[in-house]
Design a protein around this ligand. Sequence first.
Ligand code: CP
Length: 320
Amino acid sequence: MKSFFHVQDIGDLGKALEEAKQVKATPFAWKSLGENRTIMLVFFNSSLRTRLSSQKAALNLGMNPIVLNIGQDSWKLETEMGVVMDGDKSEHLREAIPVMTSYCDIIGIRSFAGLTDREYDYNETVLRQFLEYGGKPVISLESATVHPCQAFADLITIEEYKKKSRPKVVMTWAPHPKALPQAVPNSFAEWMNAADVDFVITHPEGYELDPKFAGKARVEYDQMKALEGADFVYAKNWSCPGVTDPSGYGQILSKDMGWTVDDRHMAVTNNAYFMHCLPVRRNMIVSDSVIDAPTSLVIPEAANREVSAQVVMKRMLESL
Ligand code: CP
């Protein structure tokens, strides 16, 4: 595996889920695979789960992880080509990438969407430069448009908790005070479309995801109707993807607190499990009562980030 951005990169989903089970049961069974191998984890943005789960997964495989926080541990990096570098950015990605990859065998990148230039974000301009100039396998640790390690962990969690072979999974938009990227909902939609689930997306009008990710998913604008009979409720905020109105890209179109997932919403489900990738704003995205209920999967879901990361790194090590 040379890159991990999309669900297609993992190949057969059934096999990947089986491998995840094995990795979870015996995390240290491949300790020699990563011997004398180094993974560099590069963060342009903050992280708790991705940083820790990636380091832990690398250590389970016997690899040496190096974590670099751009702008804190390193020089500030310029990411756009052709600019006169007379500002506060001292080094260009064009040099920094081959330097970083000269010290490692695999590289993981966290680089969020800027949410101002849709074309720049949806072309994955930063991630693509790592592919082009790095020459090493690249993992998206949440880039401008995708968060595949999260979506894989979400699928592993659904597989573990599902009570029927084809559960109903509803991804619902929920309010947030800040404009957030679409990477998590994009990847969740992409992975659910590839999995054997009845997948529904619900959001206020204007929040339609890019068709490349929404695919065949059913979109229901009435949140309560969408949630009826759900087995899993996946809450997430995202800003305007700019599909129906490109000028709205990255903007907040609604702060309707009626969309906050609370007991009223969960009451119409099939005693659904609640999921969220975290970090979560309590009583904005979800009520305390729902996230604190025994049906909340937010902690097992976060724990499975170690498993998804380890499967991906294992596959990459095996193909070096
Ligand atoms: N879910 C997730 O990616 O968490 P972090 O942003 O803390 O890494």
